[in-house]
Design a protein. Structure first.
Length: 158
């Protein structure tokens, strides 16, 4: 039985080795010769309303003013992230917020006043509610509500 198996194996080995085209050799095409007037040398990019693919998508949504650019005076020139709430005052039945900017100046603000990147939605005894405009083209949310609390209320949360 063992001898029959060896004969059978030898027969199949010889049969498949003798098949024409059993070994396929890859043919490599000859390299094309470069000419001086090829279309690649004369190519110019025409954007036709498309964005530049080599510009970074990160940071394209920030509309922050340039470092040397002149900002508006008062609270209109301050960003939401730059202010801190220093106090809330009740005057003639309305709440007025006291904010401090990065220049250590204090400003009085009312409901509806505009900041550089947002609007004061409400002044509460605990602090401010600000609607910030989101200038990120990749974000689906165009506005977000931010609460800036008085220092004493922030410490109570911790």
């Amino acid at each position: 039985m063992r001898a029959l198996g060896l004969v059978f194996f030898a027969f199949f080995f010889a049969f498949f080795a003798a098949l024409p085209g059993a070994v396929v050799h890859a043919q490599v095409p000859a390299p094309a010769t470069a000419q001086s007037g090829t279309p690649a040398d004369n190519y110019t990019y025409q954007p036709e309303g498309r964005r530049d693919p080599f510009l970074s998508l990160l940071g394209t949504g920030s509309q922050q003013p340039l470092v040397g650019a002149k900002r508006a005076d008062g609270p209109g020139g301050l960003g939401v992230s730059e202010i801190s709430v220093r106090g809330v005052v009740l005057s003639k039945g309305a709440l007025i917020g006291m904010i401090q900017g990065p220049d250590n100046k204090t400003y009085m603000i009312h409901q509806g006043d505009k900041l550089m990147d947002g609007t004061i939605k409400a002044v509460t005894p605990q602090g401010l509610i600000i609607v910030q405009e989101v200038n990120d083209p990749l974000s689906l949310v165009k506005q977000r509500e931010i609460r800036k609390l008085l220092r004493s209320f922030e410490d109570a949360k911790e």
